[in-house]
Design a protein around this ligand. Structure first.
Ligand SMILES: [Zn+2]
Length: 308
């Protein structure tokens, strides 16, 4: 299928086609004795993911595990639907996200407040998952991929308080979710993802340091795809966070309101990103995933509750 890309090591990247866009949301299938899906994409992505899995020979009873890096709807919005398609699969998530997958009502209500009318088009509705099928992860945890291969989870908050990174024991692949920011393969740009309400600079930098210490061979971004140049990329992730926080702090110190702060930060970071000088569609992709308004709002929210 044209939305499935083999990455080696029995790993397949699946374009989950959020809201019909290509190349912005990735899920990954680790094939083997105990097939594992990393990230479901949105609820509207679920049929796309199911078709991709069946093209790889994974039928309804074959999927052993579904794991999400965190419960934002572009990563986990399809969990309920995927759980229904694959009744044998265990659903794995950090303990701070588990209850929202079992009862998504509060998560959906707050998403509705953020996204309004766009919610249905972008994400659809997260369906509940039987709590008995959910396994909650603590600071660390292990997923059995079969044949001695494992996926080790590492708690990595900062972007979200329910975020984990996942390290493959065979390949050294690290699934970074959104903790290292958003990567655009078309241009090689990397931009931070600092949305409200959880963003915390020090915690986020700690998670990036943890990722570096794990010495992964490759980073697999949920937005979007594999990156082999690991240490410089993680350094860039940290640098991006510092720059956005510095600029937002300056705007706040000057007394700018959110709209003006967004305009200022957008303006002063524009030169950093080739995507924003590329065609309109690429720029739009970038804005959709780590939009300046959401990033600046998240940083402002953190500054408001953090003494200097
Ligand atoms: Zn995301």
């Amino acid at each position: 299928m044209d939305n499935v890309t083999p990455l080696g090591g029995d790993v397949y990247e699946i374009d989950t086609r959020m809201a019909g866009y290509s190349g912005i949301t990735a899920g990954y299938l680790i094939l083997g004795d105990r097939p594992c899906l990393v990230e479901t994409g949105t609820s509207t992505s679920a049929p796309v993911v199911r078709d991709a899995l069946s093209s790889l020979g994974v039928g309804p009873d074959d999927l052993a595990t579904v794991v999400v890096t965190h419960i934002h709807l572009d990563h986990a919005g399809g969990v309920g639907d995927i759980a229904n398609y694959y009744p044998s699969a265990e659903i794995v998530v950090h303990e701070k996200g588990a209850r929202h997958l079992a009862d998504p009502s509060r998560l959906m209500a707050s998403a509705k407040m953020v996204w309004g009318d766009k919610l249905d088009v972008l994400f659809g509705t997260l369906a509940p998952t039987d709590a008995a099928r959910i396994r909650a992860l603590g600071d660390t945890g292990t997923i059995d991929l079969g044949n001695g291969r494992t996926l080790a989870s590492h708690y990595s908050p900062g972007h979200a308080k329910h975020h984990v990174g996942l390290l493959d024991s065979l390949t050294g692949d690290l699934y970074v979710g959104d903790a290292a920011g958003v990567y655009l393969p078309e241009t090689g740009d990397l931009r931070p993802a600092t949305p409200p309400p959880d963003f915390d600079l020090d915690v986020a930098l700690g998670s990036i340091a943890l990722f570096t210490a794990l010495k992964p061979q490759r980073l697999l971004f949920s937005h979007y795809g594999p990156v082999k140049d690991v240490p410089p990329t993680l350094e860039r992730s940290a640098e991006e966070l510092r720059i956005w926080v510095d600029l937002t702090r300056r705007a706040r110190d000057e007394g700018l309101d959110l709209d003006h702060a967004v305009a200022m930060v957008r303006d002063r970071t524009r030169e950093r990103y080739a995507a924003l000088r590329a065609d309109e569609a690429t720029a739009e992709q970038f804005e959709l995933l780590s939009g300046a308004p959401s990033n600046v709002a998240g940083i402002m929210h953190w500054l408001d509750r953090t003494p200097r």
